[in-house]
Design a protein around this ligand. Structure first.
Ligand code: IZC
Ligand code: ZN
Length: 415
């Protein structure tokens, strides 16, 4: 088996364990100075301090900070078109929900995605994944939700499936047919929900195209009761529930999480005390998306209250063409410190182990420990404070995914 020694690690920083960390544990990360990591094949064989084993193929970290590969646990990776036309609308005062209600927003991306071929969607998503990897992301989640019809939803999920086979990044796949009610069902939303529950969910599950089922529970989109129906149907077919809740208006989505056993709840910008209690009770990961708050010009999720209440917090980009057209998880890391007031240690856990837990992958990635996948980032940074403090530059020096050094060139990714 191929061996690779990463030596001269100035500072190794990692959460530990195979499940989400909450409360004071979220901020208690393992820090080792003058460390090394021995990789065998795709796996971490050992982690040590001081004099490393000799005579092995090695990569000199030259004193760099090394962390686990980052996990972007919430993205809308696959879509056609962009929505730059919405900038002018916003500058004239239109809100996100105004634009959606007038047939734009998600619905305009649905039109562009329905028109796009498999290859067009694949190439666009592949180039987004390359950019994510260049920012230090080694594992990501990808949702459907821009088809809202059988063919296009399946096409989006097939793109994710193929990328999972061809691209170095590990992808978790989420069915988000309940992202909006499509225009053709505008006068019969009940019929769309029946289509999701009777046709789409059973087919997605049978074809093993997704592990998770998600709903956009929001004023003017899906109510809490509709969300419950859809997520419970998904669950009966083996799809684990996730929920977009409390992004704009608090309509009871977060309060559903313990009852339905959601693995994660997303956004939570206007989450109330009752929502935090439900998350705690259900052991649900709060997957927070601060770059979306920035982009919407809204408030920020009560991340500190969540950590203090013992809710595990993850942070992700929410990459999508409307409310967060950015793949830069390092910007999310800045915002997590500056706006959520997370310590750099809590922030690291949020974008590694807790992100992995939000997509059911904490047993194999998210920390630098013997037996985990060798997914790691060497940084142009001396310590964790530096990652929260510098802003706007890409601080990644080298990304290693499953033991392989990743290189980006003009043509894309070459390993
Ligand atoms: O395309 O607007 N919030 N879904 C829920 C989104 C944002 C993505 C979009
Ligand atoms: Zn989203």
């Amino acid at each position: 088996m191929d061996k690779l020694l990463i030596k001269n690690i100035g500072l190794l920083a990692t959460p530990t364990g195979a499940s989400a960390r909450c409360g004071s544990d979220q901020g208690s990360v393992l820090i080792r100075k003058d460390a090394w990591i021995l990789i065998e094949g795709e796996t971490i064989a050992s982690v040590g301090q001081g004099g490393p084993p000799r005579d092995l193929p090695m990569l000199d970290a030259e004193g760099a900070l090394v962390t686990p590969g980052l996990v972007d646990a919430h993205t809308h990776l696959v879509f056609g078109g962009w929505r730059q036309n919405e900038l002018g609308l916003k500058l004239h005062g239109a809100s996100y929900l105004d634009i959606l209600a007038s047939g734009g927003g998600i619905l305009s991306t649905v039109r562009a995605t329905r028109e796009a071929s498999f290859d067009e969607l694949y190439e666009k998503a592949e180039s987004a994944l390359n950019e994510m990897l260049s920012f230090g992301v080694t594992t990501a989640e990808a949702k459907s939700g821009y088809g809202l019809d059988l063919d296009t939803e399946i096409r989006q999920l097939e793109v994710v499936q193929k990328l999972n086979e061809t691209h170095p990044m590990d992808l978790a796949s989420t069915f988000l047919g309940a992202h909006a009610v499509p225009e053709e069902y505008r006068h019969d939303r009940g019929a769309y929900i029946r289509f999701l529950c009777d046709t789409a969910i059973p087919l997605v599950a049978e074809r093993k195209l997704a592990s998770f089922c998600d709903v956009f529970c929001e004023k003017g989109v899906f109510t809490a009761e509709e969300s419950r129906t859809i997520l419970e149907t998904g669950k009966r077919y083996g799809l684990i529930p996730k929920i977009h809740a409390d992004e704009i208006e608090p309509i009871g989505g977060t309060e559903l999480t313990d009852g339905i056993g959601a693995i994660s709840a997303e956004h939570l910008i206007v989450c109330q005390k009752s929502g935090i209690e439900a998350l705690k009770k259900g052991g649900t990961v709060a997957c927070l998306l601060p770059a979306t708050s920035f982009y919407l010009g809204s408030t920020y999720a009560p991340a500190r209250d969540m950590i203090d209440a013992g809710v595990p917090v993850a942070c992700a980009t929410d990459f999508n063409p409307g409310s967060c057209p950015s793949l830069n998880i390092q910007l999310v890391m800045n915002l997590a410190c500056l706006k959520y007031r997370l310590t750099p240690e809590e922030m690291l856990t949020a974008v590694t182990l807790n992100g992995a837990a939000a997509i059911g992958m904490a047993d194999r990635t998210g920390s630098l420990e013997k037996g985990k996948q060798a997914d790691l980032v060497l940084w142009n940074a001396p310590d964790l404070d530096y990652l929260g403090y510098r802003m706007g530059s890409n601080l990644v020096r080298t990304v290693i995914k499953k033991g392989k050094i990743q290189r980006l060139n003009k043509e894309g990714l070459s390993i």
